[in-house]
Design a protein around this ligand. Structure first.
Ligand SMILES: Cc1cc2nc3c(=O)[nH]c(=O)nc-3n(C[C@H](O)[C@H](O)[C@H](O)COP(=O)(O)OP(=O)(O)OC[C@H]3O[C@@H](n4cnc5c(N)ncnc54)[C@H](O)[C@@H]3O)c2cc1C
Length: 396
């Protein structure tokens, strides 16, 4: 089998065409579908493991990060980008990511640096994608289901009808009779939305990635350039890890502590409009929240936080005094004023490697992940096109 060395990246010729920068290299056999996860020590020799049997012109794409953002991006790339191999590289996989801690309610959070019409498009695409799953035989395996309930306010909000009101189902103002359940509240919105439970959804996505020939590799990356020249394109979905990997000081943690309890009689979600207190019933437990602690990196549960959460939630739904099997969970939201969706060309020693950044989803990553993943896949497509565009003779 013929393999190219990666040294002559700027002048490589494949099928009579010349590539612009770090090139898709040659192989002769169809791609091997591998369902193995490689351990951290295997990375050194992974070129042999992963790429020996690649077909010609395959673009080698590394996705860094295996939360909801990384895995959905990998699936979208596999669907939208022809002739590519996708490898997910991450130091943590489900059930150990931030995404696994999220309750997974589809209620958007506003990103101050992103136009509202873009946020609405991301939410609509995510809602439509998950609604199709919820209506299929895959719903249980994927952990996606519909849930109805109330968002309640102690004073009438300036925006009585939020931008996402026509994306969720049956959005309406709560009636006086419904509001009687919440004596401290004067205004409320009733609607049906989706809940996407990552402890089931992430393995479901991983199965899809491996089923279409993708790979997973457990490894911490200290510098994205480590992936050059083994990969042609890197997609950075490392969430909070981007503070170091992309040197981005705009991203910081917003700590969230929740309780997972058994209270199967609670069937409707209840969310205080401030977003601080919520009760979200799910497939195996009810999630009670929460906290929003900016700049706090502490991943250990705090007993005082737990007491406060339980007391706030019991004030909203007194039957929760009877909840049992209480488990504490903590996650660090990767907060940024806007999601970073951008291509950057890294260059060192005359070599170049495109990186598509896709991170910074903060408090609402589950709500918009599919929309932003589609956008990231389009950016990757552009990079692949550039790789495959012959350099004009005048530039040689
Ligand atoms: C308590 C809580 C409740 C939430 N509830 C909701 C909700 O109801 N609805 C909603 O929409 N959102 C919710 N969120 C927000 C949501 O969880 C996040 O927006 C989302 O999980 C971000 O996904 P991600 O893939 O970017 O990050 P992560 O899940 O953190 O994934 C990042 C990945 O990158 C990997 N990584 C990082 N650095 C490196 C490195 N150097 N080398 C290799 N790998 C690396 C990590 O191991 C991980 O696999 C909640 C968050 C919390 C904490």
């Amino acid at each position: 089998m013929e393999r190219k060395t990666r040294g002559n990246v700027l002048n490589q010729v494949t099928n009579g065409k010349q590539f612009r920068f770090p090139s898709v290299s040659q192989g002769t056999r169809p791609a091997r579908h591998c369902k193995t996860s490689f351990g951290a020590r295997d990375f050194g020799g992974f070129q042999d493991c992963f790429f020996r049997d690649r077909p010609m012109d395959t673009a080698r794409i590394a996705v860094v990060g295996a939360g909801v953002v990384g895995l959905s991006t990998a699936v979208c790339i596999s669907k939208l980008v022809p002739q590519c191999s996708v490898t997910i590289i991450s130091d943590k996989f489900t059930p150990d990511t931030t995404s696994d801690v999220a309750a997974g309610m589809l209620i958007p959070h506003t990103y101050p640096d992103t136009p509202i019409h873009t946020q609405k498009q991301w939410f609509r695409e995510t809602f439509n994608h998950l609604f199709a799953i919820a209506n299929s035989a895959e719903a249980g395996d994927a952990g996606v289901h519909l849930v109805s309930g109330w968002q309640i306010f102690q004073s009438t909000p300036t925006e009585e009808v939020p931008f996402w009101a026509d994306v969720v189902l049956g959005f309406r103002r709560m009636t006086e009779a419904e509001l009687k359940k919440f004596p401290q509240y004067v205004f409320g919105q009733a609607f049906t939305t989706l809940k996407c439970e990552c402890p089931a959804y992430l393995p479901w996505l991983e199965k899809r990635i491996k089923g279409s020939g993708g790979w997973t590799l457990t490894r911490r990356i200290d510098d994205l350039w480590e992936l050059h020249p083994s990969f042609d394109i890197v997609v950075n979905c490392s969430g909070l890890g981007s503070r170091q990997l992309a040197g981005d000081s705009k991203i910081f943690p917003v700590r969230g502590q929740v309780l997972q309890v058994q209270a199967p009689w609670v069937e409707h979600f209840i969310r205080d409009g401030s977003g601080l207190t919520y009760i979200y019933p799910g497939m195996s437990h009810v999630t009670l929240g929460g906290t929003r602690q900016k700049g706090d990196w502490n991943l250990s549960p705090d007993a005082e936080n737990s007491r406060e959460i339980l007391s706030r939630c019991c004030a909203l739904e007194p039957s929760l005094h009877g909840a049992c099997n209480i488990r504490e969970k903590v996650g660090l939201r990767p907060y940024r004023p806007g999601v970073r969706l951008q291509t950057e060309l890294l260059a060192r020693d005359g070599q170049r490697m495109p990186v598509v950044h896709h991170y910074g989803h903060g408090s609402g990553g589950i709500s918009v992940h599919w929309g932003t993943a589609l956008e990231a896949a389009r950016l990757v497509s552009e990079c692949v096109r550039a790789l495959r565009t012959p350099i004009p003779k005048s530039k040689l």
